[in-house]
Design a protein around this ligand. Structure first.
Ligand code: N01
Length: 532
């Protein structure tokens, strides 16, 4: 498209937050939503690998903004699979007539802030040049693929796929020798299904993961009816809970129980059919390393009881970080998969992968011949999606440069020097520590309040101050001291990618505190912001 277009609000991303932002802002403003994919749904558009499924109950992990929508929609399973989540995103786009605001297959490449006019100039992969008052970046915290850095990729004669860029028509693994790199939430979901089809599946594991059974099952109509009878009340209650979810946080310390009592509670949690119940068995698992050790031992015992070959079982037992320190994985038959004859495990912590070759992959001690390589290697998380756009704020500062040593953002919402640019689920927000659809709606509404108050007061610019950024950085750091997350290398602290700097990039103080501090900042005369 040629010529310069003008809109009030430009939204980047048509994932769940971007769709809601489009709905919310088009009621009062002229909006456009740009989406890199050729369909809506964000995470649930891109991650169509076999077994992709949400780990929060779908009755929770869904929109609450429209009572009719939540009454009408039915989830076929407790923890929905990717196709159902994508179908839901498409339904919402159609039902609320959002598509006329959305431009698909359009990646934002460059943005510059015009200080004289208080306008962003946004340039896209299709040549659009759009001038707008505000940008709402709903770009996702897990949307920029982390691709392994090894040389020789172009020499490999077979096929390579990243799980987050999965072909729409799927992949036929029949009769193929498949190699999968990565055993995080994604790899653990995909592998058991690939193993059923492939001639042979080799898993290349750098760090073993803790995982528990997802407990997915067909939706119980009574459960659905019960939710729908008081959906609004439950949504409100969710926002009052740490993870914006009704998962119950217990009062009891593990140290107040005898070993037998501990075991009984942990067994019940393991079989609860409720993902994460294990971590919610006692109140000190995430804060007290000795409490955590008891649960980690229990989870390792489960692995040893499932995996028949003791050498493989031992390799699969995580021993270098606390359980829950990296996000707990959920699975459907992951550990059982290693009892198959056509699955083998390679420890690439001991002998790292160094290159793709014509025939497959080479580690420091062997070459593996493969027909298909799956990189389930995760994401340039939290900052990647924004840093990959050339965003130039005031005084010519580029966002990726400003964040070179780690992200800064007041309330995880705005970066000083980048006025009128709001992030949903930005760095230093609870992100995946809280249920992302409901908290995304909350953040969009919060941005809505800011924009409405600028309009009301006849102002055209809002920026975070360096002091605001610093105070939020202090808060993020302070709350992170109380959790065992610090003891694990993960995408939370940028240590999943060699050379990436970041510090602790997730707010672990809980959603209610995050929301309360955000509201207080606005109520206290926009503390940490400057408006003009
Ligand atoms: O990514 P990850 P993910 N050489 O970063 C390995 C959400 N999610 O896509 O642990 C060898 O967790 C890496 O090894 P290591 C959820 O929030 C949710 O799986 O870094 N290996 C690891 O094993 C989750 O936390 C759901 O040592 C390399 C794997 O690749 C987040 O997304 C489902 C490597 C990456 O694991 C990310 O999950 C899926 C290298 N160079 C995702 N680089 C559900 O809701 C990376 N690895 C259920």
């Amino acid at each position: 498209m040629s010529g310069v277009e003008q809109v009030d609000i430009l939204i980047i991303g048509a994932g769940f937050s971007g769709l809601y932002a489009t709905y919310r802002f088009r009621q009062s403003h002229n909006v456009i939503c740009l989406e890199a994919g050729d369909g809506v749904g964000g995470t649930w558009y891109w991650n169509r690998y076999p077994g992709a499924r949400v780990d929060i109950e779908s009755v929770e992990y869904s929109y609450g903004f429209d009572e009719e929508l939540q009454q009408e929609w039915s989830w076929p399973e407790y923890f929905s699979a990717q196709p159902d989540l994508e179908r839901y995103a498409n339904h919402v786009a159609d039902r609320f007539d959002l598509r006329r605001h959305i431009r698909l297959s359009t990646r934002v490449e460059r943005m510059t802030f015009d200080e004289a006019a208080d306008r962003w100039h946004v340039h896209t992969s299709r040549g659009d040049h759009i001038v707008c008052r505000y940008v709402v970046a709903a770009t996702g915290s897990l949307s920029a693929a982390n691709t392994p850095p090894w040389p020789g990729r172009e020499t490999f004669r077979g096929e390579i796929y990243h799980t987050t860029e999965w072909p729409r028509d799927g992949i036929d693994f029949t009769g193929k020798r498949v190699g999968q790199i990565g055993t995080g939430s994604t790899g653990i979901q995909a592998a058991p299904i690939i193993a059923r089809e492939a001639e042979h599946l080799t898993i290349f594991q750098r760090t073993p993961a803790f995982s528990m059974p997802s407990g997915n099952r067909p939706m119980d109509p009574e459960h659905e009816r019960d939710w729908k009878a008081n959906y609004a009340g439950r949504r409100k209650q969710m926002l009052e809970n740490y993870g914006a979810s009704l998962m119950v946080r217990p009062e009891q310390s593990i140290h107040d129980c005898s070993p037998e009592e501990q075991r009984a509670v942990l067994e019940k949690a393991w079989n609860s059919k409720s993902a994460f119940q294990l971590m919610l068995s006692f109140n000190d698992i995430m804060s007290d390393k000795s409490a955590n050790d008891i649960v980690a031992d229990f989870a390792r015992e489960k692995i040893r009881s499932i995996v028949k070959d003791p050498v493989t079982a031992e390799k699969l037992c995580p021993k270098t970080y606390p359980i829950g320190g990296k996000r707990l994985c959920i699975d459907a038959g992951y550990f059982e998969m290693y009892n198959r004859d056509n699955v083998s495990l390679v420890d690439v912590a001991a002998a790292p992968i160094v290159a793709f070759t014509e025939k497959g992959l080479r580690t420091t001690d062997a070459e593996y011949e493969l027909d298909i390589i799956i990189t389930a290697t995760g994401f340039d998380a939290v900052t990647g999606a924004m840093s990959r756009i050339a965003i130039e704020g005031r005084d010519g500062v580029i966002l990726a440069d400003k964040w070179a040593d780690g992200p800064s953002a007041h309330l995880g919402l705005m970066v000083a020097g980048f006025p009128n640019l709001f992030m949903v689920h930005g760095p230093l927000t609870p992100a995946a520590q809280a249920q992302m659809i409901t908290t995304g709606e909350w953040q969009v509404n919060f941005i809505g309040r800011i924009i409405d108050e600028l309009d009301r007061d006849g102002l055209t610019r809002i920026d975070a101050t360096p002091e605001g950024e610093q105070s939020w950085a202090d808060e993020v750091e302070a709350v992170s001291r109380f959790t065992v997350h610090r003891l694990a290398d993960s995408w939370y602290n940028a240590k999943n990618i060699e050379g990436k700097k970041g510090g602790f990039m997730i707010y672990v103080g809980g959603f209610p505190r995050f929301a309360q501090l955000s509201i207080e900042a606005l109520d206290q005369n926009y503390r940490g912001f400057v408006r003009s």
